[in-house]
Design a protein around this ligand. Structure first.
Ligand SMILES: [Ca+2]
Ligand SMILES: [Ca+2]
Ligand SMILES: [Ca+2]
Ligand SMILES: [Ca+2]
Length: 259
């Protein structure tokens, strides 16, 4: 593979994906161990050949690796290092800054309320993001872009994106959704919890009911931190219909199965 991209040439979203797969030899979703060693060696070599210094991001990454060779690089980290023509990770993060904004967007673009973002819905989402960022694009580009997003994020290849798959786009510190993956329950337990915390039996959980639920969850589940309670609450409430969080909406975050 030509090394132009390591020297700073701009690459397209699909080339970017190829590069990731090129280095992730065993295909486990991370460039790590020998793979990472190889990546860093080729990166340093290519930059030197082109008479270029490492960029600040590259240097920071290499320094971290030198301190701790257990470092794993996932696709969002590679996106920070390699400049892409349309760096959708950085671009997405400029537009969707917090978990609450992400949930709001989720609610809006899951137009058929299936609990998933399907191809057409993702296309609408990307199209709006591009417009907001005042980028020019045509139908072809939008289709490529959508297809690439699916290749990257549809981990279980079912042709639709669930909340947890898309949540990989969020920065680590904002990304409590990944923590909630470890808290999810089966349908029976989820329904029991929903009924228990829907104290007034209105059929939805309001903000206070949700707060009580999350407080108790923080006590039982070590991965959740009580200091983040209001962040969790605000983000999950962003999925609600004007403060009414119905069963199917809460299930997106707390239930491991489809209702
Ligand atoms: Ca790997
Ligand atoms: Ca949908
Ligand atoms: Ca999927
Ligand atoms: Ca209620």
């Amino acid at each position: 593979m030509a090394n132009a991209y390591l020297q700073g040439a701009e690459i397209s979203a699909s080339q970017f994906l190829e590069i990731f797969h090129h280095y992730d030899k065993d295909g486990n979703g991370y460039i790590e161990g020998k793979e990472l060693q190889n990546f860093i060696k080729e990166l340093q070599h290519a930059r030197k050949q082109a008479g270029l210094e490492l960029t600040d991001q590259m240097r920071a990454f290499v320094e971290e690796y030198e301190k701790n060779d257990d470092v794993k690089m996932d696709i969002t980290e590679l996106a920070k290092i390699l400049p892409t023509e349309e760096n959708f990770f950085l671009f997405f993060r400029q537009q969707v800054k917090s978990c609450a904004e992400f949930m709001e967007a989720w609610r809006k673009y899951d137009a058929d309320h299936s609990g998933y973002i399907e191809s057409d819905e993702l296309k609408n989402f990307l199209s709006d993001l591009l417009q907001r960022a005042k980028k020019t694009y045509d139908e072809q580009k939008l289709q490529d872009y959508t297809a690439t997003m699916f290749k990257i994020f549809d981990s279980n290849n079912d042709g639709k994106l669930c909340l947890a798959e898309m949540a990989r786009l969020l920065p680590e510190q904002e990304n409590f959704l990944l923590k909630f993956q470890g808290v999810k329950m089966d349908t029976k337990e989820f329904n029991k919890i929903f009924d228990l915390y829907d104290k007034d039996r209105s059929g939805y959980v309001d903000e206070n009911e949700l707060e009580a639920l999350l407080k108790d969850l923080c006590k039982i589940k070590k991965v959740l931190e009580i200091s983040n309670l209001s962040t969790y609450k605000n983000a999950i409430m962003a999925l609600s219909d004007g403060g009414k969080l119905y069963r199917a909406e809460l299930a997106l975050v707390l239930c491991a199965e489809e209702l």
